[in-house]
Design a protein around this ligand. Structure first.
Ligand SMILES: *Cc1c(COP(=O)(O)O)cnc(C)c1O
Length: 391
């Protein structure tokens, strides 16, 4: 055997996640590992809660990072809020809504789908109509920022409709948190989850979640045990519960949590509003460059996510060849289309630390060159000039 240490190449991560990790976070993660019941660690976790409450704009006591990726955040919401036979409306306008349906079915719940076009926001009128014809619905779930298409739904309105019909809400903010406004208390969201590796620019593998009193009441009133031991909130609450006494549940991923703590400190230093505004600004510059090359963003203007730019692949252009050249020649990763969108879209992330002028300009310059080499008649430098003018 002659296997040696693994050294990843330098990359610029402009796909749908993971996004470029802030070096401050990697440095924080290399600090010495201590015990997860060490009083110093517990004090750090108390700060983590405060920082997450700020990021989510909530006072919810039950706010913490699940020790697993965003998919586990989704699952913890579904398995705790749903019991066998419960009806749940799932608004689907992309890949992640489909996963919600899978989760609901595995809980023995009855999913009712509200389907919207991929690439468009969820239509609030359709949700309202479906709630009227299914008055026994207990939970409404939807994805705020559909990473598979780049569409942003009106979370505030969807939650307001669900609440008016007496339903609890589960909201996926994996891609929105830190990049676009997310206001848990103001909007009345009952259960919410996110991910560490998108606009928080931390390493993958943690899922911040938050549950309000209404959600906790529902969990307390369950007739059946949660089918997952690891994700059963009634057990997890023993560690995260507000009384300061932490009982062993599982060994926390100590160093990963140092990283998330640092990511949230970075967010707090910048300020949420400033972070949202920065994502908008860099998105507008990218958009100007894309349009100057004669390309189009796939989502209509009012519904676009600033952190995930879906670009329609022009007819005749070899999707895989372009992405391969960007990776090989520029170390630049962008995302391919997922599911229905395969071959139709490039997904360009400007998330968190990666939402900066350097990434916008490198991407535009590289794409311009690659498309030019493939025979497109694009005036050299046109995209970069348009982006600079937009700033
Ligand atoms: C990335 C993502 C997830 C899944 O997160 P993982 O960390 O990959 O498990 C869920 N929902 C949305 C909208 C996402 O973008």
């Amino acid at each position: 055997m002659s296997i040696t240490s693994f050294h990843p190449p330098a990359r610029i991560l402009m796909g749908p996640g993971p996004s470029d990790v802030n070096p401050r976070i990697l440095e924080a993660m290399s600090r010495p590992t201590i015990g997860h019941l060490d009083p110093v660690f517990i004090a750090m976790m108390d700060e983590m809660k405060t920082l997450l409450q700020y990021a989510f704009q909530t006072k919810n006591e039950l706010t913490f990072p699940v020790s697993a990726p965003g998919s586990a955040g989704m699952e913890i919401c579904f398995v705790n809020l749903l019991e066998p036979g419960d009806k749940v409306i799932i608004c689907q306008n992309g890949v992640f809504g489909g996963r919600m349906k899978e989760n609901a079915e595995r809980c023995g719940a009855i999913p009712v789908l509200v389907e919207d076009t991929w690439g468009a926001a969820v239509d609030p009128n359709k949700l309202e109509e479906t709630l009227k014809s299914h008055p026994d619905t207990k939970v409404v779930a939807f994805v705020h920022a559909e990473t598979s298409t780049g569409a942003c739904s009106d979370a505030k309105t969807l939650v307001e409709i669900a609440r008016r019909h007496g339903c609890l809400t589960i909201v996926d903010t994996v891609t929105s948190l830190g990049g676009s406004p997310v206001k848990v208390d103001e909007w009345g969201i009952d259960a919410i989850y996110s991910g560490s590796q998108k606009c928080l620019s931390c390493t993958p593998g943690l899922s911040p979640v938050s549950f309000n009193e209404r959600a906790i009441e529902r969990i307390r009133a369950r007739q059946t045990k949660v089918q997952s031991w690891f994700l059963d909130l009634s057990l997890v609450m023993g560690y995260w519960g507000g009384d300061g006494k932490r009982a062993y549940h599982h060994t926390a991923p100590i160093n990963a949590l140092y990283g998330l703590h640092e990511a949230l400190v970075v967010l707090q230093e910048e300020g949420l509003e400033n972070a949202w505004e920065r994502h908008q600004r860099n998105h507008q510059a990218l958009r100007a460059g894309i349009e100057a090359m004669g390309l189009q963003l796939a989502v209509k203007e009012k519904e676009r996510l600033p952190q995930l730019n879906a670009i329609t692949i022009p007819a005749g252009v070899d999707d895989a060849a372009v992405r391969a050249r960007l990776l090989q020649e520029y170390g630049l990763e962008i995302g391919a289309g997922l599911g229905e969108m395969a071959g139709k879209l490039w997904r360009v992330g400007l998330m968190g630390y990666g939402s900066n002028p350097r990434n916008v300009l490198i991407f535009l310059g590289a794409l311009e060159t690659v498309l030019h080499d493939l025979g497109a008649s694009i005036e050299s430098g046109v995209a970069v000039r348009a982006a600079r003018a937009a700033w």
